[in-house]
Write a protein that binds this ligand. Structure first.
Ligand SMILES: [Zn+2]
Length: 395
């Protein structure tokens, strides 16, 4: 399980920036849909759950620029825009949740604050067909399998990963697997990485941004990172409301602020601990457009200038690592998020993601189509970038 981190690894070269930033379209106003989840703000992604039958929303279609100080409004609405969703399915959804019934039932009492919406494989397929999605790479809903119990975590991980593999067999070509494991359990993690890659043919791994107030860059996780690096694994990360910060503000659901914030914490942890640079062959994907990282970039760069052992931890600098990471567009497909992200990374690092069943896929399809990408760039985000990262899905 030991490996040497290769210096001058070709995979650690950052991608080239591509082209100039497209103009921000002004057709952005979309009405916020009141969802049932609005009444239930204490749950995790629940504030983002929308009814599958939601309809009737509209956008203004105005081409007039927003008034001064109006900012960039956005919503999680399901605008019934004439999106190109009913063409031949071609999209690859990198952020698509798996909710195995046994996992959901067994962990209900343990998943404090993390609600599970209705889900079935058939619902996923129907949603994908409606939205031009050829393949979805599934990852277990938060908080996945770590509840502080090693045996439970190992069993839940194995059962969930085998469930995901069965889904791949049952619906050929329609699903990929980001397998899960309990990161704090080093021995169990190493075993599950081997099983998932060598037996289940997993496409990569889905990890939480934090585990009981330890974020992904913590050196305690390095033995597992070393193995992920050796396997050149794709590691998709998903936020949760971390132990430190549950229910801080009355009436503000956990996912509203904490999810994007915990993604930012995970990125900061990986960068400033030196973990990202130390294990350069792990291909990291961050959910929701990298959380608030793009907005906080100035602070990241200031911190870089005073980080300890800078030459060792960030030999290529923070921007090098940030440009190498991948970012999905789930609930980050509105102009504010896209504008910030695309000022930092090239289109080649952006991946289509929906957050189904916590959000409807049409939100992402519509958000990306409204941005005004070129056909080439939209195709890259919808499909080609994901296939470059996960070539097995081409088949
Ligand atoms: Zn999600």
């Amino acid at each position: 399980m030991h490996c040497t981190v290769a210096a001058n690894n070709p995979l650690s070269q950052p991608p080239n920036e591509s082209g100039t930033l497209p103009p921000i379209p002004f057709r952005l106003e979309r009405r916020i849909v009141n969802s049932a989840a609005d009444n239930n703000k204490t749950f995790g992604d629940a504030t983002d759950i929308v009814s599958v039958s939601a309809s009737g929303s509209s956008h203004s279609g105005s081409t007039a620029p927003p008034s001064a100080g109006a900012g960039i409004p956005w919503s999680a609405s399901m605008a019934k825009a004439p999106v190109a969703a009913r063409t031949k399915p071609h999209r690859v959804d990198i952020h698509h949740h798996l909710l195995p019934p046994k996992y959901v039932a067994e962990t209900m009492a343990l998943r404090v604050g993390e609600r599970s919406p209705a889900w079935s494989p058939e619902m996923s397929i129907e949603e994908m067909d409606k939205n031009g999605i050829a393949t979805s790479v599934t990852s277990l809903m938060q908080p996945q399998v770590w509840f502080g119990d090693i045996d439970l975590g190992r069993r839940l991980a194995r059962e969930s990963n085998e469930y995901a593999a069965q889904l791949v067999r049952d619906y050929p070509g329609r699903f990929g697997i980001f397998a899960t494991f309990s990161l704090p359990d080093t021995e169990g993690s190493l075993r599950e990485i081997e099983y998932a890659l060598d037996v289940l043919n997993a496409d990569g791994f889905g990890l939480m941004t934090s585990y009981a107030n330890q974020w992904l860059g913590d050196p305690v996780f390095w033995p597992v990172m070393e193995e992920l690096n050796r396997r050149k694994a794709v590691v998709y990360t998903h936020p949760l409301s971390p132990a430190c910060c549950k229910n801080l503000i009355p009436d503000v659901g956990q996912s509203v602020i904490e999810y994007a914030t915990d993604t930012t914490r995970a990125i900061a942890s990986l960068l400033l601990s030196g973990t990202a640079a130390r294990f350069p062959d792990i291909r990291w994907i961050f959910s929701h457009g990298g959380g608030t990282m793009p907005f906080l970039l100035g602070r990241f760069r200031r911190e870089e200038s005073r980080v300890k052992e800078r030459e060792k931890r960030l030999p290529n600098g923070i921007m090098f690592e940030l440009k190498k990471f991948y970012y999905d567009t789930a609930q980050a497909n509105h102009a504010g998020a896209l504008a910030a992200l695309l000022k930092i990374v090239s289109v080649s690092q952006v991946l289509f993601g929906t957050d189904f069943p916590f959000a409807l896929s049409e939100e992402c399809v519509t958000g990306l189509s409204e941005w005004g990408f070129s056909a080439f760039d939209l195709r890259a985000i919808d499909r080609d970038n994901a296939l470059r990262l996960l070539p097995r899905l081409k088949a």
